[in-house]
Design a protein around this ligand. Sequence first.
Ligand code: ADP
Ligand code: MG
Length: 378
Amino acid sequence: MTAHEDVYGVPADGRWAAPGRVNLIGEHTDYNEGFVMPFALPHNAVATVSRRTDRLLRLHSADGDGGITEVSLDDLAPGRVTGWAAYPAGVAWVLLADGHELGGADIHFTSDVPVGAGLSSSAALEVVTALALSDLNGLGLTPDELARVSQRAENDFVGMPCGILDQMASAACAAGEVLFLDTRDLARRQVPFAMAEAGLRLLVVDTRVKHSHADGAYARRRAECEAGAAALGVPFLRDVPSDGLDDALARLDDPVVRRRVRHVVTEDRRVERVIGLLDAERPREIGPVLTEGHASLRDDFEVSCPELDLVVEASGKAGALGARMTGGGFGGSAIVLVEAASAEAVGEAVREAFAAAGYAAPRVFEAVPSAGARRLTR
Ligand code: ADP
Ligand code: MG
């Protein structure tokens, strides 16, 4: 008996997967209509779904609160579903709001994306739901549409004002490639990222410090960026030209807003430098750009934490090519670029530094660019 049958008493009509992600570079740029460069992790949220003949949506997660959340599709509204089930319920709500016809469904989720680790377990849950409902109801949504629907679910139903990075990464990434994405119009290019062939490894270090965007810090950063754009008379910080950065900074009175603007504008340039280096097949040289990006997030955007800073510092001392926090910050995970031959030693050095600082042991694993959202079985 499958877990789906165990919970719902009927076999599933299909099975879908959507991955978590790491962002190589381009942090807190998405809601400023800038550039990002994520790739998908081999870790996925997996949904099995069986159609219902009535209008009920029933949701169960092997990693949730143990219960089944049950709501009629006709009663969905923000606030009606709380906790983890708001993410998938929100997706159904957005699809209905867009005028799509949905039938009732029983959905069972499992996931091996670490939760609250800055690796986008929430986007994986949303995108797998959007894809499953699209397929089962014959909606034929494109990856862009899946991502937009998922982002709106998180913004308007869950209440988290995130940009489109996580959802686009989960919906549109491909194995072996990073996604160079312009979040303004979702123009994108898949770029081969064959680290192993280049003798490199990319490590993910989950500090196990749970980030908590919901406490308002993320929303505050977003508001500060909007204040900066308004003060400079541009629609978004994306529109500040890099050769106009000094002028722009001189026109800003608020020192906090000035730092936020400097991060966003320089971060967009770092994304462009990284894509240039990858195109030129000089992957080692992205290391220092990653570390520079971390300093900017730590000092100007102020979204790092001591544990993330320690990953960067300890891995650097142990010979890593570069490292940075990834994801929204305030905890979560860092990425570390290393020569393959020193991967073990760098991981060990980070573990030792954490032990010496009295921090909980971090989880270290190698990140390989993996497939985006897809159907697994009929
Ligand atoms: P991140 O996306 O970085 O992992 P978020 O705070 O954005 O962190 O999302 C984490 C939330 O997503 C969890 O608190 C939970 O509500 C929900 N979630 C993610 N994966 C699962 C899962 N497998 N089962 C139930 N809820 C999940
Ligand atoms: Mg999330």
